[in-house]
Design a protein around this ligand. Structure first.
Ligand code: URA
Length: 435
């Protein structure tokens, strides 16, 4: 196809037709459009936007670039999922997926890799010895039917358009665009054949939407299109100024997710997990109210069943359980660990999630180019939280690095992520609104 006139049309702010967008996606997936032209197109979309009709057409073209999952209709378990727009230390999907399976849902979760400074569920899962996220449509459906949950990624025959565009957007500065995020997320979610979806839409310095108003606009774009396409969808607007939990980095986040499943995880993580589960229980009429649904989800988590389901899930995807449990016992798996300590006494006022995300990415936990290879074991743990009282020498966080030079640099940058005040700060709410 001759793509140039379409790039020029978008550059000049003209709308494209559904047929044109379908043709673009089909040609790109077939390898007929070079990355440099698609990168130019994405940048034109970033600046000019897409109207509602174009966003819908792009989403459906991306969904239909591969197979759409088909689940047996005579199964009483609703097919549901949750997706986050991306954050730092955001590991909610890991404990949530097995919890949902134990609550009587089917969860065919298709996730993404890290984007920019935000982490990705696939990269986290792949830090587990032996585990594969390349499941393919038949295996995703079979495993979801059999054990209630599967966690995979886009493949050559399932949303290949998002697999290719996602990787390109990551390294061309074209992620924070409402229509592109909407199409990326909903192409995956609509390909899952869902009954209900809960969205975790983040805002703040470490999210793709800097403000609450921008996050609301993104949430509205996703919710309205998903509902139009027949998926009952709700969105939570979540503050992303501070990293979630106490750990950021692929393996370190898996460890923290397991702690959550064992009932000893961080409060903010558990709150988000329970809130997403409760929302889906209400959305699918499995619970009469959010209050009742939260109790149901909390009871289920406390029963230990989701922790056992987690092992069943990762074993089904090839994980070596013995090696996984042995790795969990280790204090650290990166070659070098170095503490960053407070230089003064007081209370943590802020811990800047953007700086934390940049440190983790630069340690090798994220990507700078499409060819970057992830270092699964690097990152930061024992992160202090806003409101924590500290003295001189209190640990603010621990750097896990590949070598001493990187660790030294990261410790200095970690210091700059914290501000300390003499009086306790006012606590900011985590979930600020729902749609
Ligand atoms: N998550 C996705 O799946 N896609 C985006 O574009 C951003 C976050």
């Amino acid at each position: 196809m001759n793509f140039l006139p379409l790039i020029e049309a978008k550059r000049d702010g003209r709308a494209l037709t559904a047929d044109q967008l379908q043709e673009v996606i089909a040609a790109f997936v077939a390898g007929q459009i070079p990355d440099y032209q698609m990168a130019a197109f994405l940048m034109a979309v970033f600046f000019r936007g897409l109207n509602g009709g174009e966003t819908r057409a792009l989403t459906l073209a991306m969904r239909d670039s591969g197979q759409v999952l088909q689940f047996p209709k005579n199964d009483p378990r609703p097919v549901v999922d949750k997706h986050s727009t991306g954050g730092v230390g955001d590991k909610v999907s890991l404990p949530l997926a097995p919890l949902l399976a134990c609550l009587g849902f089917r969860v065919p979760m298709i996730s993404g890799r890290g984007l920019g400074i935000t982490g990705g569920t696939l990269d986290k899962l792949e830090s587990i010895p032996g585990l594969t996220t390349q499941l393919g449509p038949e295996r995703l459906v079979e495993q979801t039917q059999r054990i209630g949950v599967a966690m995979g990624g886009q493949t050559a025959n399932m949303i290949p358009a998002d697999k290719l565009l996602y990787a390109l957007r990551d390294v061309t500065g074209t992620v924070p665009s409402i229509p592109l995020i909407t199409a990326s997320i909903l192409s995956k979610k609509l390909a899952e054949g869902l009954d209900a979806l809960v969205m975790d839409v983040k805002f703040g310095p470490a999210a793709f939407m800097p403000t609450r108003d921008a996050a609301r606009e993104l949430a509205w774009s996703i919710v309205s299109l998903a509902v139009e396409c027949g998926v009952m969808t709700r969105a939570l607007l979540v503050d992303m100024s501070t990293p979630h939990g106490h750990a950021a980095g692929n393996w370190l986040e898996v460890k923290e997710a397991v702690q959550c499943l064992e009932g000893c995880g961080p409060t903010d993580l558990q709150t988000l997990v329970i809130e997403c589960a409760a929302s889906l229980l209400v959305q699918t009429d499995k619970s009469p109210s959010l209050v009742a649904a939260r109790l149901t989800a909390l009871d289920c988590l406390a029963s230990g069943a989701p922790r056992r389901k987690w092992d069943e899930l990762i074993a089904a995807q090839g994980a070596d359980l013995e090696a996984f449990h042995a790795k969990l016992q280790l204090d650290h798996t990166a070659p070098v660990v170095q503490e960053c300590v407070a230089a003064e006494e007081g209370f943590i006022r802020t811990c800047d999630a953007r700086i934390i995300g940049e440190i983790v990415r630069d340690l090798g936990g994220g990507r700078m180019t499409k060819a970057s290879v992830i270092q699964p074991d690097v990152g930061i743990d024992r992160l202090a939280k806003p409101g924590d009282a500290v003295r001189r020498g209190t640990v603010l966080g621990r750097i896990h690095a590949s070598n001493g030079a990187q660790a030294e640099l990261a410790v200095a940058r970690l210091q700059s992520a914290f501000s300390i005040t003499p009086t306790p700060p006012v606590a900011a709410p985590l979930i600020v609104d729902t749609l």
